[in-house]
Design a binder for this molecule. Structure first.
Ligand SMILES: [Fe+2]
Ligand SMILES: [Fe+2]
Length: 271
């Protein structure tokens, strides 16, 4: 994917705003921008719309960490708070993909690559789910995402999702992960990750499941192809085998994270 540095900077409010962000937030901003562009080119809903909010209300403070479901959506020239399709009484993960995560191009691309390169079903599932929490909350998305999914997926899967956030900043050429050239090109300097990111990396690097999280970052990096055609179809069986779909439906099952799913079902509820 071609990234226009000026368009990116404009989308987040200009160079001064970007310069003021810490390295982690810079990388997050870039990743969100790329995912947004990808969904735009895939013809789906535009999730997020900071530039439009900034234009409509120049003095407004935009909370960058709020999930995509809580921002304006719609065609690039007419973003607004879109009404969302109502969820069924017993929502499944697939239904969330269709009605709340759509078009989810980036995560589908990432999982498609995992499948094509012969990765395990667990890693493929981790790739499929690694960024879906961005619909709920963006800041610290590795940790939030892992927590949200933990009751429903093998421990290895949520572990990989938690640590992919930190591992992005650390190259591992032996396992196919180079430091993203894009980070250097867009920001023009090397990152110094925050201490908690470094600590998470050090921990994960020495963990027996290190490669699970590393493979999520490998598939992450190559999942921004604007021409890729992807669908949830190839993953339905893997979801069936490894995702513990609650019979009451996600959000209704009383799990420790059911409220997170409910929040995505009803993002307009005031309380
Ligand atoms: Fe991510
Ligand atoms: Fe990603």
């Amino acid at each position: 994917m071609d990234i226009d540095r000026r368009a990116f900077l404009a989308s987040v409010g200009g160079l001064a705003v970007v310069e003021a962000l810490d390295p982690e937030a810079k990388a997050e901003a870039l990743e969100h921008y790329m995912m947004e562009k990808l969904d735009e080119e895939a013809g789906g809903l535009i999730i997020d719309g900071e530039a439009q909010v900034a234009a409509a209300a120049p003095d407004a403070t935009i909370r960058r960490g709020a999930g995509s479901l809580f921002g304006p959506q719609g065609p690039a020239d007419n973003r607004k708070m879109a009404s969302l399709a109502p969820m069924s009484d017993k929502p499944t993960l697939i239904e969330f993909f269709e009605k709340r995560f759509n078009p989810a191009n980036h995560v589908l691309q990432s999982a498609t690559r995992a499948l094509k390169t012969g990765m395990s079903e667990e890693i493929t599932l981790a790739c499929l789910l690694h960024d879906v929490v961005l619909n709920l909350v963006k800041v610290d998305h590795g940790w939030w995402g892992a927590q949200m999914l933990e009751p429903y997926v093998p421990e290895k899967v949520s572990w990989a999702i938690r640590y992919h956030q930190a591992l992005r900043f650390y190259p591992d050429p032996a396992n196919g992960y180079e430091y993203p050239e894009l980070y250097t090109r867009i920001f023009g300097k090397d990152y110094v990750p925050q201490p908690h990111i470094k600590a998470a990396y050090d921990y994960a690097r020495n963990h027996k499941w290190y490669l699970e999280a590393r493979m999520v970052t490998v598939n992450d990096l190559y999942a921004f192809d604007p021409n890729a055609k992807v669908s949830i179809e190839p993953f339905i069986d893997i979801i069936g085998r490894h995702f513990k779909q609650p019979k009451e439906g996600l959000g209704n099952d009383g799990s420790p994270t059911a409220h997170m799913w409910r929040t995505m079902m009803f993002p307009d509820n005031p309380l």
